[in-house]
Ligand binder design. Structure first.
Ligand code: CTP
Length: 401
């Protein structure tokens, strides 16, 4: 993978938890994203994973000890500390948290954590009792107060045979947290963002529903971008094929009516409301309580209209609050999108072509245009949903000024 302007120097500190093997995948995913990775293995980590794997994955010599006869001054700890854009400690044991919190410097990693001014992100992994121990909790609080970021731990089966909190969080969540830690634009700090995502499902009977092809990828990208910029984020999640980003609060809404109720309540405290969900416009008038059976005569469905969630939210808009929608169109893109912007009283709309394979439901990319109430149009060509989310929040940020 070619390095890009957004590539960063990441020091990946691997400490002695059984989750150390997952650090190989983390290195590999970071390299795929164009970052340069220097892996540092503590002595305990070396009992669990081999330096050779990291060397092959990162293409760089792996740092394993303080007093190695280094071939290159490049890996001398002060040099590495200075050139790093981020220190990611994954997995982070109770021991490294304690050493970092108290400023102990008895090996390469703990010494370099003292020497660096780069952001530090910990992905803790340990036994539940060790994690819940007041000493560990106090160390985490100390590190957080100093500006260190944390991702996880998750809850589940632990290597010690128990079930509880302490598992290193999944690799995708760690990668999201890395992007958030690396993001230099922090224009949404202190603001609350609510995003509707995915598709609603309207029951026909206890086993069937009317739904749509929404994957939730756009909503996920929006929530992640807002988190990266420092916002508090709530996702009102319809059916999604992808998980909302770690760090966002998630409220599940099955139907359009549920989504409307939740949205109206959460919008009261939101500074920015973005409606990316594909909300079903109709629902069966009278869903059956029993499974519908074949009668040999077919089935006619009577449908009634659902509430328009974003219109209801926009109708109650406070001063300074922004409501942003999407227009999914197969034809007359600009005309229909402008009409929706006005009719729904939105501040901004993303006009979105949904009739080609590379744009719209399920795709990773989008052909979109951003239209504001003054008629300004920003054309985004074919862009990833992450890029669209970034450009949209750039515009939202301008409107907040
Ligand atoms: N939307 C909503 N509630 C609905 C329908 C749509 O909140 N019942 C929101 C969507 O989340 C999106 C915007 O309205 O932000 C436009 O959605 P879209 O599906 O393009 O338009 P509709 O209003 O459903 O109109 P139509 O289906 O006739 O194009």
């Amino acid at each position: 993978m070619k390095r890009t302007t957004s590539s960063k120097e990441i020091v990946l500190g691997v400490t002695g938890s059984i989750a150390a093997y997952k650090a190989c995948e983390i290195s590999s995913r970071l390299i795929e994203r164009g970052h340069a990775v220097t892996a540092v293995l503590t002595e305990s980590a070396r009992h669990l994973v081999g330096a050779a794997s990291f060397e092959a994955l990162t293409g760089r010599r792996v740092i394993t000890a303080m007093f190695e006869p280094f071939a290159s001054p490049e890996i001398e700890h002060i040099a590495v500390a200075q050139r790093a854009d981020l220190f990611l400690i994954a997995p982070a044991t109770a021991n490294i948290l304690a050493k970092a919190a108290r400023g102990m410097a008895d090996d390469w990693l703990s010494t370099t954590l003292l020497a660096t001014r780069a952001p530090i992100l910990f992905a803790p992994a340990m036994n539940t009792n060790m994690y819940n121990h007041p000493a560990t909790q106090e160390n985490i609080e100390i590190l957080k107060a100093r500006g260190c970021a944390f991702v996880g731990p998750g809850t589940g089966n632990l290597a010690c045979g128990t079930v509880g909190i302490g598992r290193m969080i999944d690799v995708p969540a760690i990668l999201d947290a890395v992007e958030a830690a690396l993001c230099e634009t922090k224009d949404l700090v202190g603001l609350s963002v609510v995003v509707t995502a995915g598709g609603t499902r309207e029951p026909l009977d206890p086993v069937r529903f009317l739904g749509n092809h929404s994957s939730g990828k756009m909503g996920r990208a929006l929530a992640l971008e807002a988190l990266k910029r420092g916002a508090r984020v709530t996702v009102i999640a319809g059916h999604m094929d992808v998980a909302p980003p770690e760090g966002a609060e998630v409220v599940v809404a099955q139907t359009a009516n549920e989504m409307a109720e939740i949205a109206l309540s959460l919008a009261q405290d939101a500074d920015i409301f973005v409606g990316a969900a594909a909300v079903g416009d109709f629902r069966p008038e009278d869903p059956s309580e029993e499974k519908l059976k074949r009668s040999g005569k077919g089935l006619k469905l009577a449908l009634v209209e659902n509430p328009d969630v974003i219109s209801q939210v926009a109708a109650l808009k406070r001063d300074g609050q922004l409501v942003v929608g999407f227009a999914a169109e197969t034809d007359n893109l600009m005309k229909n999108a402008k009409a929706k912007l006005k009719k729904k009283q939105l501040d901004l709309i993303v006009a979105n072509e949904v009739n080609t394979e590379d744009s719209g439901f399920g795709a990773d990319t989008l052909r979109a245009r951003l239209i504001d109430t003054e008629g300004n149009v920003e054309e985004l060509d074919l862009a990833t949903k992450e890029e669209v989310a970034k450009r949209l929040f750039d515009r939202i940020s301008d409107l907040l000024d």
